[in-house]
Design a binder for this molecule. Structure first.
Ligand code: C2E
Ligand code: CA
Ligand code: CA
Ligand code: CA
Length: 279
């Protein structure tokens, strides 16, 4: 009886594994169709300089405007896109949409620095550098207003690759940020060899700063290190005034999070930014 049970469990695991991979294959096909149908859009989440309470930029976050399921967050599809070649097309699309909007804002007199997330698959693909420069060219968005966010783990996976791909972009005036800082396994020696200007402290540490000493110490350590190595820092996922106060006390002025605004479409962002200025 025991053996049967074991076999059955194994059998069910296989079914589960199988349907999971079917699910993935279906999602992949759906994503391809979504690309063709132009169903991806972008949202913007402001970054605030808390010393002067001014908007100093925005992070661009992809959304899938699914015909039946509504607006989907990247958590439900970015992994599948990243495991296939789709991420490069999706990434190019996001970058293009971002630069177009950034240019449109410039034309109305609003100079808004934009930070776009880049996946390792995109970075590693030959031609990445040229495509980024082409998109800037085509849209007329200034390189100096563009930042690329690369996750820490990704950056560590291939520092040579990353710095090689980054060089012409840096020369053009694009800056780089390490995303989710503190969650990967970075060695400082490696970090130093990468051309980053900014650390983004992961939300998991920020969410703990009001309640636990451990998170406080980690954030303080990151901030002290950033300061002595002359990096800029952005705190992500700031949700409460207590968190904001702690960050300010410890020298981190730039913050992003629901405390200020959720990611929103461009036209909402306009209205929100105006209300924020006039508040
Ligand atoms: P991320 O780069 O760490 O982006 C921050 C995420 O935290 C966003 O989730 C944002 O909506 C959320 N967030 C911001 N402030 C708060 C807060 O105060 N509280 C909480 N609970 N959450 C907050 P989102 O938009 O669902 O994106 C998830 C992840 O998907 C991103 O994490 C990024 O890794 C990835 N992603 C998003 N857009 C792109 C893209 O265009 N390309 C690539 N490769 N990845 C993307
Ligand atoms: Ca990011
Ligand atoms: Ca992040
Ligand atoms: Ca993250």
């Amino acid at each position: 009886a025991k053996r049967t049970g074991g076999n059955r469990a194994c059998f069910y695991n296989e079914i589960e594994r199988d349907s999971r991979s079917h699910e993935r294959i279906r999602l992949e096909a759906e994503l391809k169709r979504a690309m063709l149908r132009d169903e991806f859009t972008i949202h913007f989440q402001p970054k605030i300089d808390c010393r002067v309470m001014k908007v100093v930029g925005a992070e661009v976050l992809v959304r899938w405007d699914h015909p039946e399921r509504g607006l989907l967050s990247p958590g439900s599809f970015i992994d599948v896109a990243e495991e296939s070649d789709l991420i490069t097309r999706l990434g190019d699309r996001v970058l293009e949409l971002a630069c177009r909007q950034g240019r449109a804002w410039l034309d109305t007199g609003l100079s808004m620095p934009l930070a776009v997330n880049v996946s390792i698959r995109q970075l590693e693909k030959p031609g990445f550098t040229k495509r980024v420069l082409d998109i800037l060219d085509m849209t007329g968005f200034p390189a100096g207003l563009l930042q690329l966010e690369v996750t820490e783990t990704v950056a560590m996976a291939g520092p040579e690759r990353v710095s090689e791909a980054a060089r012409p972009l840096l020369e053009a005036g694009i800056t780089f940020a390490i995303d989710d800082f503190g969650t990967g396994y970075s060695s400082l020696a490696l970090l130093q060899r990468l051309p980053f200007e900014t650390f983004k402290i992961d939300r998991s540490f920020i969410s703990g700063v009001a309640s636990d000493q451990h998170s406080r110490s980690i954030v303080q350590t990151i901030l002290a290190m950033a300061k002595s190595l002359d990096y800029k820092v952005v705190a992500e996922g700031v949700e409460t005034l207590e968190q904001q106060a702690f960050l300010m006390e410890n020298g981190c002025a730039i913050a992003q999070g629901f405390l200020f605004a959720r990611p929103m479409p461009a036209d909402h962002f306009d209205a929100w930014a105006k209300a924020f200025r006039d508040r």
